[in-house]
Design a protein around this ligand. Structure first.
Ligand SMILES: [Ca+2]
Length: 190
């Protein structure tokens, strides 16, 4: 078990530090808008705002569900989504994104039609999530982020730095690892 943990950590460290592929349009939202993405606004809405884990901008999915006046105690959740269709590059092995949530909300990353389980984001601190996309190389897929709340208040899901990566060569692993440690420290200080 110990060895497996170390191996997984090493892989994640390498993935975090190595350069992203360019197949996802505006994956870091650095155009300052949703160029490359489509969105579904609910009562709240999706917006590109300053902040995030990479560059100056991030996507925020703001959910503003409410309690029904007709049925006491009945919460009407909000659903806000953004998605992008793209072709997985032939050498791409993993899809990574950074995300976190504020308030009574969770977000799912879904790739419909592939049988892959949804990845749930429910942590309040930025974390990097990994989806294996190697079986879909050369295929056109949809990456869909869907946020949904379960109580009133400031309910916001954050997404940034959506990218495809491939496994780096063994020789670069050590260097990548050092870069990733620096990254983790910087995030904790913030
Ligand atoms: Ca960004």
């Amino acid at each position: 078990m110990e060895m497996r943990g170390i191996t997984c950590f090493g892989l994640l460290v390498a993935l975090l530090a190595c350069p992203a592929r360019a197949d996802i349009i505006n994956g870091s939202f650095e155009t300052g808008d949703f160029t490359g993405w489509l969105k579904q606004d609910g009562f709240g809405g999706a917006a590109v705002t300053t902040g995030g884990t990479d560059g100056q901008y991030e996507a925020t999915l703001v959910c503003e569900g409410y309690y029904s006046e007709r049925i006491p105690g009945q919460f009407v959740p909000d659903l806000v989504a953004i998605w992008q269709t793209f072709v997985v590059d032939m050498s791409a092995q993993w899809l990574l994104f950074d995300a976190w949530v504020e308030g009574s909300v969770s977000m799912e990353a879904i790739i419909p039609g592939t049988g892959l389980p949804a990845v749930t984001v429910d942590r309040s601190t930025p974390a990097t999530y990994v989806i294996a996309v190697a079986p879909m190389q050369g295929e056109s897929i949809v990456l869909d982020f869907r946020a949904r709340d379960w109580d009133v208040g400031q309910n916001v899901a954050h997404v940034d730095n959506v990218r495809l990566v491939e496994i780096p060569e063994a020789g670069t692993l050590a260097l990548c690892g050092m870069g990733a440690l620096w990254l983790v420290v910087v995030r904790r200080v913030r």
